[in-house]
Ligand binder design. Structure first.
Ligand code: FMN
Length: 318
């Protein structure tokens, strides 16, 4: 996620460190509040880097970040494909996120009432988009960095561009935002190792399908050739088990980690990882599964699963 440090100053590295301790993957957003080098240091065994489409100057920023991620031995490169345009997010506007930060009396009162948050702010400074700030003018403020990034990113990745990143990146690579088996097949044909089934946590457009509904068809199409990942709506260990039972190899969570740092500060990410693991263990135990692999073999009912047209045609032929 971009901007976790807006919720709790320094949150990017808190998330990275908690992930490292638990040995679960941590993905730094290109819109994150830490540099590639800082994140790799905090999470040396589990650091993944996510990129948006920085098309400007023939993807100069994108490929430079690939080089830096390679230099710090990031484990996985993730290209997010599902933000071809900036959408209107009225709740962000309503919350004042779209504007220059000008604390009003209520905000100042709220900050004063939360000394731990204030301390985190003093320790970490005002949140900056550190992942890309090196490319902007030295000393540029947050708004200038946002404007700089917005002028250089956007548009849909073409498959040719995905291939260029695939060729540049020497390790495993995932594409995020896949919702159709044909896109998954196309990505795998280009040498992509991980298919990250995501609707961006419902933030881009509400009209999208729930990821759990398209997961079975995508897993059936490419599950033997790629690692299948799922996010968007994962809120518990039980949700992780559901994802696994319907074809995912891994599940990821976004907003719940923001809520965890908002509620518990420094302790939030570690607390939530433990909660996910405990709930996952208990859920597996409850269905009589000794392992994740056994959960995958569980008999399940999912009436919402979408049967895609191509699959239906094949089924009819049979
Ligand atoms: C505040 C916020 C910022 C996000 N920023 C990014 C981003 O920079 N790159 C990206 O690929 N996805 C981003 N996402 C989407 C998440 O990576 C993830 O797909 C989504 O949050 C998962 O759904 P969940 O929040 O229901 O767990 C963001 C999500 C949130 C809530």
């Amino acid at each position: 996620m971009g901007g976790p440090s807006l919720v709790w100053p320094g949150a990017d590295l808190l998330l990275a460190k908690a992930a490292q301790r638990a040995r679960v993957p941590y993905t730094l957003s290109v819109a994150g509040g830490a540099t590639v080098e800082q994140a790799a240091k905090a999470a040396p065994d589990v650091f993944w880097l996510q990129l948006y489409r920085f098309w400007h100057d023939d993807h100069k920023i994108g490929f430079d970040l690939v080089r830096r991620a390679q230099a710090v031995e990031a484990k996985v490169l993730v290209l997010t494909l599902d933000v071809p345009v900036r959408t209107t997010r009225s709740r962000e506007t309503y919350a004042g996120l779209a504007h220059e930060f000008r604390p009003n009396a209520r905000m100042i009162y709220e900050m004063m009432a939360r000394p731990k948050w204030l301390l985190a702010l003093l320790r970490n400074g005002y949140p900056r988009f550190a992942t890309i700030s090196d490319y902007a003018r030295p000393g540029a403020g947050t708004n200038e960095i946002i404007a700089f990034a917005r002028a250089r990113m956007g548009g849909a990745f073409s498959w040719e561009e995905v291939k260029r990143y695939r060729d540049a990146w020497k390790g495993p690579m995932a594409v995020k935002g896949i919702l159709h088996p044909q896109d998954a097949e196309k990505a795998v044909a280009l040498g992509i190792d991980g298919i990250w089934v995501s609707n961006h946590g419902g933030r881009q457009i509400e009209a999208l399908v729930p990821t759990i509904d398209v997961l079975p068809a995508i897993a059936a199409a490419v599950g033997k050739k790629a690692t299948i990942m799922l996010d968007s709506g994962v809120r518990s260990g039980q949700d992780v088990m559901r994802a696994v039972a319907l074809g995912a190899d891994m599940a990821f969570a976004g907003k719940s980690f923001l809520w965890a740092v908002a509620a518990l500060g420094d302790e939030g990410p570690g607390y939530l990882i433990d909660l996910y693991i405990d709930e996952l263990r208990a859920s597996l135990g409850q269905i009589g599964a000794q392992s994740i692999a056994e959960a995958r073999a569980a008999t399940i009912r999912h009436p919402g699963a979408i049967a895609f047209a191509a699959k239906t045609r094949t089924a009819r032929k049979r």
